[in-house]
Ligand binder design. Structure first.
Ligand code: TRP
Ligand code: SF4
Length: 400
């Protein structure tokens, strides 16, 4: 019923590194040419954990947008915006909070984990408990069909699906819905009306997903229907409610597997990261000094690539011939570690080159970035306002 749409966000809590690129951004870049995408800076989400030190948020926001653009997010394809510039997210968050059981929030696994992991911060706050609900509002307000996120976010997406379902259940009742839906069925015309009823029964009684798909496709093609009738018929297919909010699907980002300089997951807090736009010399030096198989002390000692973080980078950046060369050279002490690192250095610098180029334009003229974001905020806001109109009406707040 609603068009396909992709929504995802990132928190502006520091500069981005190549782990973010191989984890999330590459996936976003792929999706932007396939479907309409909205990508936003989740600055309110950053405040839930950094409320006592908000000074980094604004700068991180602009840096992050430049990082996205540098990586290849294309503002002519995707909508880029800042969460707090679309205050409708906050309104939906508030309205959703009315009917959200506390237990749903307390049970989200990240809640207790984070409180323990970030024990240096006091996260016993109202805002932090509401983190996944705000995230639900971020997505539901655009009636997104897909949310590209990493595995850690799955419980959040599951919760937002429950929130959408509950909302439709509580507020999707329309007086006389059934009658109105039946009227709309008639408008489909004899043959199609009959087919619609058959498919609806096949789905509702026998759970046939194909029947649901087929019926939806038919509705998409039914030109004679008004928007509102079409919406009713979509809702009527699945039950006897109007679908005001859409349950989004997870689009899982493959775990990036880009290890950091020490072989652990690349992370700013481990100090093992390579910045997305870090300069050539620093990158070269970081890789040159990264640890190797500890048993290879002298050049003449043989090594084991499987015990070496450099080889993990080869797995990401090198072709088979190069990896064979590493294995042979390392296990026979035929090559030195610096020699072994050179192809990785070359590959990383090559990957970063177009990023530096793209970023330079925006660094030279920051007003370009401001304009892209202002445009994106406008686009996002219009979509958000459409949904909010329906949400307010459903909750009895339209005052017309
Ligand atoms: N919680 C997400 C993260 O930490 C960031 C985020 C906020 C988000 N709102 C979102 C991601 C909406 C996807 C959709 O990565
Ligand atoms: Fe690691 Fe390469 Fe040195 Fe072997 S030769 S220990 S794989 S850096």
């Amino acid at each position: 019923m609603y068009p396909e749409r992709v929504v995802s966000g990132m928190r502006p809590t520091g500069t981005m590194h190549l782990g973010h690129y191989h984890g999330a951004l590459k996936n976003w870049i792929k999706m932007q040419s396939e479907l309409p995408c909205l990508f936003f800076v989740a600055d309110w989400h950053a405040l839930t954990t950094h409320y006592d030190d908000p000074s980094i948020i604004e700068k991180s926001t602009w840096d992050m947008v430049i990082d996205w653009l540098a990586a290849g997010i294309d503002p002519s394809q995707a909508t880029i915006f800042i969460q707090s510039k679309v205050p409708e997210h906050a309104e939906l968050h508030l309205l959703l909070s009315m009917a959200t059981p506390l237990g749903w929030l307390e049970r989200v696994p990240t809640y207790k984990d984070q409180i323990e992991n970030l024990s240096n911060r006091d996260l016993a706050t109202y805002g932090f408990l509401g983190y996944p609900l705000l995230q639900a509002a971020d997505v539901l307000i655009y009636r997104a069909s897909q949310v590209p996120v990493g595995e850690d976010q799955i419980p959040h997406i599951e919760m937002m699906r429950e929130i959408a379902r509950r909302f439709n259940h509580l507020y999707g009742k329309e007086p006389g819905f059934e009658e109105k839906a039946l009227e709309a069925v008639k408008k489909l015309g004899g043959k199609r009306a009959k087919l619609y009823q058959e498919l609806r029964t096949a789905y509702q009684q026998d759970g046939k997903e194909e029947a649901l798909e087929q019926a939806r496709a038919m509705l998409d093609d039914a030109q004679s229907l008004s928007m509102i009738d079409r919406e009713r018929l979509f809702g009527y297919l699945e039950g006897s409610r109007k679908l005001i909010l859409v349950e989004p699907q997870v689009r899982l980002t493959e775990a990036s597997r880009l290890p950091g300089l020490d072989g652990r997951k690349m992370s700013k807090s481990y100090g093992n990261a390579i910045g997305l736009r870090e300069d050539k010399d620093t990158v070269t030096k970081k890789i040159r000094t990264m640890p190797t198989d500890p048993s290879r002390v002298r050049r003449t000692d043989v090594g084991d690539p499987n015990k070496c973080p450099v080889f993990q980078l080869h797995q990401v950046y090198s072709d088979q011939a190069c990896k064979d060369w590493v294995v042979k050279g390392c296990t026979t002490a035929g090559i030195g570690c610096l020699e072994c690192k050179q192809p990785v250095i070359d590959a990383v610098l090559k990957e970063q080159e177009p990023m530096h180029e793209r970023a330079q334009r925006y660094l030279d003229d920051p007003s370009l970035v401001r304009a892209i974001v202002a445009d994106g905020c406008d686009t996002a806001r219009k979509l958000a306002q459409e949904t909010m109109r329906d949400v307010r009406e459903a909750m009895g707040l339209s005052y017309s």
